[in-house]
Write a protein that binds this ligand. Structure first.
Ligand code: ZN
Ligand code: ZN
Length: 200
């Protein structure tokens, strides 16, 4: 997990966007869809390398889930879902290797989501697609995708099959304000990273 790369790319792009609030990003590998806030997700491209056999593979369906909250300052919690090797069946979830370019693209999309949601509802910026490299091994292998197994990944765009997502919308806006408390506690360790200089 390139957490530092994600955080510095996020801090960079947030700085350029000049939002009136401070925003932080942190990784939360336990993030689920049971929490309060605005959920946003993307699929990106990554490569994987098995820890047990020589196999490596590429996937353009690496699921990345974000939870956005804004209260006093903005927080984004992020979870990147892993995949395991279909050849040796060890069930060990490997971390995706995402190129700096694709991290940049994903953060760009995230920043525009923040912009559209909290500051400029009319922002019509198109999402950037992840760049793919090398060979893709056929259709998404749901059995070996952590996101699919937990019911996130392939259910995207089909809320009828995803009760967590479907039930979320009605409470979404009310939850934006109160949902930040837990996120702030979790992200507070990183809060100084892109904090704007405060006046003394
Ligand atoms: Zn393997
Ligand atoms: Zn999946």
């Amino acid at each position: 997990m390139n957490e530092m790369k994600w955080k510095s790319e996020f801090a960079n792009q947030i700085h350029k966007s000049e939002f009136p609030d401070q925003w932080n990003l942190c990784v939360d590998m336990d993030l689920s869809k049971q929490e309060r806030g605005l959920y946003y997700s993307q699929h990106t491209f990554a490569s994987f390398r098995c820890s047990f056999c020589p196999r490596s593979w590429n996937s353009s369906k690496v699921y990345v889930l974000f939870l956005l909250n804004l209260r006093n300052h903005g927080t984004v919690r992020m979870r990147i879902f892993r995949q395991d090797c279909e050849r040796c069946q060890q069930g060990f979830l490997e971390e995706p290797e995402i190129t700096p370019e694709n991290i940049k693209n994903a953060v760009y999309n995230l920043i525009h989501k923040i912009q559209k949601t909290f500051y400029e509802p009319n922002d019509s910026t198109q999402e950037q697609k992840a760049k793919t490299y090398g060979i893709l091994d056929g259709p998404h292998n749901r059995e070996h995708c952590e996101g699919c197994r937990l019911g996130f990944c392939e259910n995207e765009g089909n809320p009828m099959q995803n009760s967590a997502q479907g039930s979320f919308a009605p409470v979404l806006w009310g939850a934006l304000a109160v949902g930040a408390v837990g996120a702030i506690a979790l992200c507070s360790a990183f809060a100084s990273n892109n904090k704007k200089e405060s006046k003394k």
